[in-house]
Design a protein around this ligand. Sequence first.
Ligand code: C2E
Ligand code: CA
Ligand code: CA
Length: 461
Amino acid sequence: MPPLSTSLSELAARVAELEAEREMTLRLAQTDSLTGLVNRGAFTGSLCERLEAARAAGTSVALFIIDLDRFKNLNDTLGHHAGDMLLAELGQRLLDEAGPGEMAARLGGDEFALVTQDADPAARAERLVAILSQPQVIYGRAVSPAGSVGVAVFPRDAGDAADLQRHADQALYRAKSGGGRRWQAFDEALRLEGIHRRTLEDELRRAIPAGELAPWYQPIVDSMTGRMVGVEVLVRWNHPEQGLLAPGVFVPMAEELGLIRAIDEAVFEAACAQTAPWVADGLIEVVSVNVSPRDLLDPAFSRKLIGRLGKTALPATALTVEITETFLLQDMALARRHIERLAAKGVNVALDDFGTGYSNLRALMHLPIQTVKLDRSLIDDVGRDARVSKLVASMLHAARSLGVRIIAEGVEHEAQALFLRSAGCDRMQGYFFARPMPGEAMEAMLREAVNPSPARLAAAS
Ligand code: C2E
Ligand code: CA
Ligand code: CA
């Protein structure tokens, strides 16, 4: 039998080992495995503790939230492994930046956080932007990452962790959309904007059941005959105090709040009911509806849409669903399933805003898309600028050889219309023909053939 002292020291060693193991497990549970930074779960708890300590000591806590720009694009072009390498590198840069007592965390995806005691965060924010944009070599290619930074300071900007995060996020959003110096501190203007936005959010939630959202219509014109052959459905919000609101004001917000599906469904139902007689009476052939990329991420989207369509009097062959490449590239397989399921029922799918993104061509090559809507930004200088005209003409040529139908959007002038027609563009839409209008006005225009387009195009040629 070994002496008692040996057993005791062995026991002590074993206890120490277990202690170390437990600590390691705990640390692993709190660490993001790719970057070695604190993970989201541990971040929130630690932020709360830091705020309590700062409250007691009368000091400040600055929360910087960092988000990479165009990270998805890098992932798509160089692959996920390259994306991971970049995230790991940026994680290391943040760890190097974090001083004693500061915390660097990965909040998920390409979003990071740094928590410091800075009372005036400007200098640090500048440095973070600079640190993020240092180039990195991945697979022999120099990649220049770029990030945006939003910052809020406790107790100046927020009284608790939830508000601090919300305000830093709000500042980040502004930094991303500002296009300026790439960082933004929470300030009085953002506070007011936040209050205004929350009011609008509450009102939007009520607006849907209250029936304040209505479909408006813009005619789609046949380039050759100038005849109105279809309509695009564009939602409008009849706000009780602010009057008519365009989708730019509330659609992005509805997407963030998860309300967009309810809006799209309500608009779809109302538009089908209103347009079915127009189609039945031979006034138009096409009713084109917009769906949010958010809707399309639902694997059951196409099945549900077909189900809802079946309850209306609109024939499936008259319906076009406009989708954007944002979604197509997120999940090509799901996109294909939706498009094929819709096509099997006779529903047409159009690729919207063509010419604004990076990789529409990939989507066109790999997916059975029959219609493309050329974005207004491409149409703007057509017929006026020789280079732009040539580019658009060759795009039209390429599309035709693929058997894809082209609709030009945002046609505002005669010169554009004439050029597009001569370059073989099938259909057009824009203020030159008519602005979006309420259903009654659209119906009157169609029925009474108060149809300015043939006359305008005929007069122009
Ligand atoms: P979009 O699908 O690209 O729609 C075309 C936009 O261009 C419309 O803006 C239309 O009014 C405008 N437009 C048409 N012709 C001209 C022109 O000649 N010149 C100029 N400057 N603009 C023209 P609107 O109605 O404000 O809609 C903006 C965006 O909101 C739409 O862009 C679409 O992405 C989205 N949206 C509209 N309705 C819905 C909807 O019911 N659901 C969803 N998810 N999104 C919608
Ligand atoms: Ca559209
Ligand atoms: Ca468009």
